[in-house]
Design a protein around this ligand. Structure first.
Ligand SMILES: Cc1ncc(COP(=O)(O)O)c(C=O)c1O
Length: 390
């Protein structure tokens, strides 16, 4: 083979989970009963009304047509109404909201639209790996900022001010935070907006977890003056168990959103109409949907807490999102070693915290996305120290 990939591919690794899940599949194929608590892949079914919209629309004439680059009025209107209802934020459905194929697409589009090669992007450590990987692919420099347990996993503004002095174009923030579950708060968002305004740094807030195990739903766009200096990504993946549909959004000042649309219109040609209709239906679901899914996540989290007590791990109960972030026992060198012990001795796959950055090295992340009975099986295996031979 004499075809070389582009130089930029040398800057990134294949995503950890795409390799590790292959290993899990292969272990399962060999008959090992692995419980997968590695990823945030919601298992509860998408609401039946959303599926009904999808099915109805699929059968209709012209559903297969190309759709507007900026999404249908129906979906933009539904996203705008959802923001008003959930976050008390007004978004002009014409210009201030753009449907996307998930929040992950928004990370790429935001970086493409605002970051030149050589520019610096501020990225949380620990944090969602796509922020840094995308910046690397596009030739940007990465400057990690530290999130630490003694700072409640919130940014240290002294550090941010120092980093800003060296110049930065964009900062990624994500509260409720993945992987730690740290919650958003208004004071934090105010400080971030002030920071962005003073330094001319775009605040990109990634907000896919605010409807999971979270009482205070916050959007950074609820802060006065935020639209001029920030963009918010959101998603139906976690909030509506629609991750495979690939529906998310970006919102902010129309001038900022327009730049993302310019990029998107050059490589994409609109979202399948039945998916847009299903998403609009899902967005109109009332509180019963959120209450019922959260009740299940809540029960599962309690089982994980019990399991962690038995494993001598420590954790905070005051977190949001669909993960439990746990400090490993001192007898293990790091989260990779502990995750290997859980996988190879107990048949339990969890994510080592180090994949989210060096500040996660002494942690593991348990997902709340698996069938209820798998959580009980996990607890019993741990209680009985039941080895599953691999
Ligand atoms: C912090 C964070 N942002 C974005 C995403 C991507 O979500 P989506 O399915 O909307 O692309 C994830 C998914 O796991 C995530 O954890």
């Amino acid at each position: 083979m004499n075809i070389e990939p582009a130089e930029r591919l040398k800057n990134v690794e294949t995503y950890y989970f795409s390799k590790k899940l292959e290993e899990i599949r292969s272990l399962r194929a060999q008959g090992h009963a692995i419980i997968n608590l590695g990823i945030g892949n919601p298992d509860m079914a998408t609401h039946k009304d959303a599926i009904k919209s999808l099915n109805q629309s699929t059968g209709e004439a012209q559903s297969h047509y190309y759709q507007p680059y900026k999404g249908t009025q129906l979906l933009r209107g539904a996203l705008s109404a959802w923001y008003q209802r959930i976050y008390k934020v007004h978004l002009d459905a014409e210009n201030e909201v753009l449907p996307l194929a998930g929040s992950k697409e928004g990370i790429m589009l935001t970086t493409l639209a605002f970051v030149n090669p050589g520019d610096t992007v501020l990225v949380p450590n620990p944090g969602y790996p796509a922020y840094a990987a995308t910046a690397r692919l596009l030739g940007a420099k990465i400057q990690y900022y530290s999130l630490k347990p003694d700072g409640d996993w919130l940014p240290d503004f002294f550090e941010l001010e120092e980093l800003a002095k060296q110049g930065a174009k964009l900062i990624w923030v994500n509260y409720p935070h993945m992987p730690t579950g740290a919650k958003a708060n208004t004071a934090l968002f105010r400080k971030l907006i002030d920071f962005g305004q003073r330094h001319g740094i775009l605040i990109a807030h990634d907000n896919p977890y605010s409807l999971i195990l979270n009482e205070e739903r916050l959007s950074i766009l609820s802060i006065e003056g935020s639209k001029n200096t920030s963009l918010e990504l959101n998603s139906l993946s976690k909030s509506h168990s629609m991750q495979g549909f690939r529906v998310g959004m970006v919102a902010g000042h129309q001038q900022l959103v327009k730049h993302l649309l310019k990029v998107k219109s050059n490589y994409d040609s609109g979202m399948y109409l039945p998916i847009q209709k299903a998403a609009a239906t899902a967005l109109s679901l009332d509180e019963h949907w959120y209450n019922s899914t959260n009740a299940v996540y809540h029960k599962r989290r309690n089982v994980v807490f019990k399991a962690l007590d038995l494993l001598n791990c420590s954790y905070s109960e005051n977190t949001s999102g669909m993960f439990v972030w746990a400090k490993i026992p001192q007898s293990f060198s790091d989260g990779y070693a502990f995750a290997d012990h859980l996988l190879y001795d107990l048949g339990l796959f969890v994510a080592p915290g180090g994949i989210f950055g060096s500040n996660g090295n002494q942690y593991v992340r348990f997902s709340l996305c698996a069938h209820n009975n798998e959580f009980e099986i996990m607890l019993n295996r741990i209680k009985n120290r039941q080895k599953i031979a691999i």
